[in-house]
Design a protein around this ligand. Structure first.
Ligand code: IMP
Length: 210
């Protein structure tokens, strides 16, 4: 496992919700972050067929352009009864206008139709985050985090971003959008909660600590 050997890290994302969460997670460490958004880096097309492949496309493009190690997150919301959709295509379901109310409605309509057809009440859902740390020479390390729970309807809460209002993690009574950022991250160094903070803990344990 290659360790992070610089104090500056590029975060290869233009998604403000993700950037805010990654900035929170990096804050306790002695690392300066520069985002692809502020560096105005080109966003590569996500043509991969796995979270890992798309995470690599983003991190490696940013590392090659800047000459610095770059970290990306490829993530998605997966609903079990509809073949883990929207999954890899979570951002695309919101369209160019990034309308997540429309995307969430689309998810619930498909889920209700699938459950009607099967006669089951399967609301199982999970978030995936694959963090990729890539270097300009092409080397990369991957860290995967998942959080399982239920797709709920109607959506609840106005914090967070994306599909947060319709996801309730196992053992919780609130959706991610009803939690503060700290609550959604959970105890990052001990028992992280969100998919992203779970992936991030693996990154810290394996790449940052001696
Ligand atoms: P991508 O990784 O940039 O392809 O986009 C991932 C998409 O998944 C985001 O635009 C969100 O729609 C969704 N997503 C990923 N992580 C979260 C999260 O923590 N909360 C809510 N939605 C998320």
């Amino acid at each position: 496992m290659r360790k992070l050997d610089t104090k500056t890290l590029v975060v290869a994302s233009h998604n403000k919700g993700k950037l805010r969460e990654i900035a929170d997670l990096v804050a306790p460490y002695d690392i300066e972050i520069k985002s692809a958004l502020e560096l105005d880096l080109h966003e590569p097309e996500e043509t991969g067929t796995t979270f890992e492949a798309n995470a690599y496309l983003k991190a490696h493009a940013a590392a090659k352009t800047t000459g610095l190690p770059a970290l990306s997150d490829d993530s998605g919301f997966c609903v079990k009864a509809i073949n883990d959709d929207p999954g890899l295509y979570s951002a695309r379901w919101a369209g160019v206008s990034k309308d997540f109310n429309m995307a969430m409605r689309n998810v619930i309509e498909k889920l209700q139709a699938a459950n009607k057809l099967s006669g089951k009440e399967n609301t199982g859902a999970y978030f995936v985050s694959v963090i990729c740390l890539a270097w300009p020479d092409g080397h990369a390390e991957y860290f995967r985090g998942e959080v399982h729970g239920e797709a709920v309807w109607p959506p609840r809460g106005d914090q967070g971003f994306g599909y947060d209002p319709m996801f309730q993690p196992e053992g919780e009574t609130r959706t991610f959008a009803e939690m503060s950022a700290e609550e959604k991250h959970g105890n990052v160094s001990g028992d992280p909660l969100s998919h992203r903070s779970r992936a991030f803990k693996l990154f810290v344990d394996q790449c940052l600590q001696a």
